[in-house]
Design a protein around this ligand. Structure first.
Ligand code: SF4
Length: 88
């Protein structure tokens, strides 16, 4: 079973830039921070540190064997199973 790490920045980011200082491979901070999802793998420890140090605690990091699809309009979270390539 493949465990995927999902990272996002919730509402309330104050754009302080600390996450980018800690993990520039993943975070880019301007007025608010954004996440480069392509670089999450291999940077989990630094992401966890950034999440712990964020002054407003808006960095969310979860490990899951599900893909989470967040629909902002409906404020709902749907789950979708991850299908391994060898299962296809
Ligand atoms: S450390 Fe937190 S508040 Fe600061 S830019 Fe990053 S996400 Fe935003």
């Amino acid at each position: 079973m493949k465990i995927k790490v999902k990272v996002w920045v919730d509402e309330g980011c104050i754009g302080c830039g600390l996450c980018e200082e800690i993990c520039p491979e993943v975070f880019e901070a301007d007025e608010t921070a954004s996440v480069n999802e392509e670089n999450i793998e291999g940077n989990e420890d630094a992401i966890a540190e950034a999440a712990a140090e964020c002054p407003v605690e808006v960095i969310i990091m979860i490990e899951s064997d599900f893909d989470l699809i967040i629909d902002d309009d409906e404020d709902e979270v749907e789950e979708e199973s991850v299908i391994e390539e060898d299962e296809l």
